[in-house]
Design a protein around this ligand. Structure first.
Ligand code: G6P
Length: 470
């Protein structure tokens, strides 16, 4: 071999992702406060823990993160890359979140978007720089023959780049998003489509959350990149971490929030607690929060018998607020929720209880008291909320689930399945869910929990590692 083994790093297993397990905020007194990262990727990978001996390479996302890197503060087993702010902004906000995310979730309003102009090509160059920074750091840290698990659409070029730097490594890539159908994917400029596919095909193995997304990738590779070459494609349906969720959701802070939430929701005229329709999401365009609210409004219009007896508890946590369309969407969610409260609310009843401040303990409190969970994305890689609620719910919860969520592939049998664009269909499903007798809800929740925990995060990770190193 021509490799200089003495220059190799020590890590046998490496994970790479844009968002790491923690991010830092600078406090007023100049100290740093660590906060858990959000989203499905972090929930899935956090279960691995530092004891697994993996090195997690991620980017420093905020000023606090960059400070932490500069001061040498950090978690064990995590290396944060201080990518220059402009490079990160172009790669993350520009290419990853405004282009690749939009393509895979089919979010463009195509008469006007996308526009691939000179500004895009500058962003694309910075996406290349950003991916190279990861590839170089991984090349630097990996031991001879190590396994590297690259995550998501931010890092599609890494497998190809890393393969050139370190042909000795076993390289995997996992997509936490859907994959676009060929006709949609090829809206990307040809060179971009090819470079993304070829970058990913630099991996030994590609992982997807469902068969549907794996097949869509294979179709793109076949049509636009001459096939899969030697790259394997596998499906790993990330499940929820039941043990962690059950324990965490019975901590005192969650009990406190249940009290507070019950008080805020208030009792029905009968004195019984009001029925609750719960949703918890990042305020994310693909989560379809506005149509969810419209369906709830339709329910109230069609079924006055629910007035004063139901509340829609909607938690919509800020996400990607650097992007104007996310800010606009956040405002629209608030506007529609306010509109429903103005139209139907009474001095004793607030029909929509909307919270926008991220609070994990309060999310778990809502899961516990939920009678109905509403998960209606227009397109979603998996959606872990659909898997978490049945596990955590105290008395069993009916699940209204979009057929476009990856979770649908595993949960369809015991969910009330909806077309997420169809407001009347969704309203009808909410009504059916509210009427579902408690014993049936409990039965279904039990079966949903079993399906939701079929592949817990640790096993999900180990399966990929084993498949990669086999
Ligand atoms: C999705 C993506 C993840 C991402 C998460 C949160 O789950 O697949 O890669 O980390 O959303 O989004 P953010 O932009 O805040 O990292």
């Amino acid at each position: 071999s021509t490799h200089v083994t003495s220059a190799r790093g020590a890590a046998q297993v490496l994970v790479a992702s844009n968002r790491g397990p923690v991010s830092y905020a600078v406090q007023e007194d100049g100290s740093l406060r660590a906060k858990r990262g959000g989203g499905g990727l972090v929930s899935g990978l956090s279960a691995i823990g530092p004891d697994a001996g993996a090195l997690w390479v991620c980017s420093a996302l905020s000023d606090g993160d960059r400070e932490a890197v500069a001061r040498g503060v950090g978690e064990d087993g995590v290396r944060m890359l201080p990518i220059p702010a402009e490079v990160h902004a172009d790669a993350y906000n520009g290419v990853a979140n405004s282009v690749l995310w939009f393509v895979h979730h089919m979010l463009y309003q195509t008469p006007l978007e996308p526009v691939f102009d000179a500004g895009f090509w500058r962003q694309w160059e910075n996406y290349g720089r950003y991916n190279r920074a990861f590839a170089e750091a991984l090349a630097d840290e990996a031991a001879e023959g190590a396994a590297v698990l690259v995550q998501d659409y931010h890092l599609t070029l890494v497998p190809g780049l890393l393969r050139k730097l370190r042909p000795d490594l076993r390289i995997g890539h996992f997509s936490h998003t859907p994959w676009a159908p060929v006709d949609y994917f090829r809206m990307l400029p040809d060179r971009v489509a090819t470079e993304v596919l070829e970058g990913m095909l630099g991996a030994d193995r590609l992982g997807f959350l469902t068969r549907r997304w794996a097949d869509a990738f294979t179709a793109c590779a076949t049509k636009l990149a001459g096939g899969l070459g030697g790259t394997q494609v596998g499906v790993h349906g990330l499940g929820a971490d039941a043990e962690f969720l059950r324990a965490r959701s019975h901590e005192p802070d969650v009990e406190e929030r249940i009290e507070a939430l019950r008080a805020e929701i208030g009792p029905a005229p009968s004195g019984e607690p009001r029925r609750t329709i719960v949703r918890v999401d990042r305020t994310e365009l693909s989560k379809n929060i506005v149509r969810g609210l419209l369906a709830y409004r339709q329910l109230l219009a069609d079924h006055p018998e629910w007035h004063e007896r139901v509340a829609h508890v909607a938690f919509a946590y800020p996400s990607r607020q650097d992007l104007a369309v996310y800010r606009d969407y956040t405002a629209e969610v608030q506007r529609v929720a306010d509109g429903i409260n103005a139209e139907y609310g009474t001095p004793t009843w607030t029909p929509v209880v909307l919270h926008v401040k991220d609070d994990f303990a309060r999310s778990l409190a809502a899961y516990r008291i939920a009678d109905v969970a509403l998960v209606n994305p227009v397109r979603d890689g998996m959606n872990l909320v659909a898997k978490e609620v049945p596990i955590v719910s105290d008395e069993g919860c009916a699940l209204v689930l979009s057929r476009e969520a990856g979770a649908h592939e595993e949960l369809a049998e015991d969910a009330l399945v909806v077309n997420p664009y169809d407001i009347l269909d969704t309203a009808q499903a909410l009504h059916t869910a509210l009427l579902m007798p408690q014993p049936e809800r409990a039965e279904r929740s039990k079966r949903l929990s079993a399906a939701a925990t079929a592949l817990p995060p640790k096993q999900w990770f180990l399966d990929q590692l084993n498949a990669l190193t086999a």
